[in-house]
Design a binder for this molecule. Structure first.
Ligand code: 0L1
Ligand code: MG
Length: 261
């Protein structure tokens, strides 16, 4: 990478989020930027948020569907981090003015009861270490113009993380087959997209296993209590002021929020 300053690049992306302003993608200036460089920028960005007093509630996986991986020409999903300031209570609201151009996707979140440390973690090990699963709506808000980016851009931008709504109903993952869970995403009562848990790298537990194995490359592990977004079961749908958004997940329950001006 052409002598990129990871820290100033992270500050640039952080300012874009704070100022609710879309910016030109960073690879326009640094076309040689690698995935490794991008994770270093992400690390700096995470460091800025931690220094400001925000707390990580857990890592998330992104680009977990075949469609998104094909679109980005990658064989492996990406990860980012969800912070406490991003959490909206179930049934609560987000203000469109606080964000740039938000989209929503329905997800299955895992809450771990035990630490998981890669490499070599499998989906079965993840299920054994999971305390419960819960429905979630992730609001993604790329800081880049028109939601257009390359893989390093989106990794550096904390995988477009912005807000998350976590449902109230907790389910033991042994009680159902998560790959077969049917999911609908509705806005103002109209179904906008649907899918099944298998859309997330075959099974949402596989997504957590991949995450544990990816984090192991930098000597990190998943921890008991982490809330982990496993990736979109549905596609991401653009939000507008006035929207009421809800997701129904068979056997897992519902989750919803409103969008205000
Ligand atoms: O959570 C996600 O899957 C988002 C990953 C980044 C791609 C995007 O912003 O669409
Ligand atoms: Mg997501």
């Amino acid at each position: 990478m052409n002598a990129v300053n990871y820290k100033s690049t992270a500050e640039f992306l952080h300012r874009a989020e704070i100022e609710k302003r879309e910016v030109i993608r960073i690879t326009a200036d640094y076309p040689e930027m690698t995935v490794e460089d991008a994770y270093k920028v992400q690390e700096e960005l995470v460091g800025i948020k931690l220094k400001q007093g925000h707390r990580i509630i857990g890592p998330k996986m992104g680009l977990t569907s075949q469609a998104k991986m094909k679109q980005m020409n990658v064989e492996e999903p990406i990860y980012g981090y969800i912070f406490d300031y991003m959490v909206i209570p179930e049934g609560g609201s987000i203000s469109i003015q606080e964000l740039i151009h938000p989209k929503v996707e329905a997800e299955i979140a895992f809450v771990l009861g035990k630490d998981i440390e890669g490499p070599g973690i499998t989906g079965a090990q993840v299920l054994a270490a999971t305390e419960y699963v819960v429905p979630a709506l992730e609001i993604i808000d790329s800081r880049y113009e028109n939601f257009k980016f390359t893989l390093p851009d989106v990794i550096a931008d904390n995988a477009s993380s912005s807000r998350v709504v976590i449902g109230n109903r907790l389910t033991n993952p042994a009680q159902l087959e998560l790959d077969l869970v049917g999911v609908t995403l509705s806005i103002n009562g109209e179904i906008k997209d649907l899918g099944a848990g298998a859309a997330v790298v075959g099974h949402p537990a596989n997504s957590v296993a991949m995450l544990a194995n990816m984090l192991a490359r930098k000597g990190e592990k998943l921890r008991a209590g982490d809330v982990i977004l496993t990736g979109g079961v549905t596609g991401a749908v653009m939000l507008s002021a006035g929207d009421t958004v809800s997701a129904k997940l068979d056997g897992l329950g519902e989750v919803s929020f409103k969008v205000t001006e």
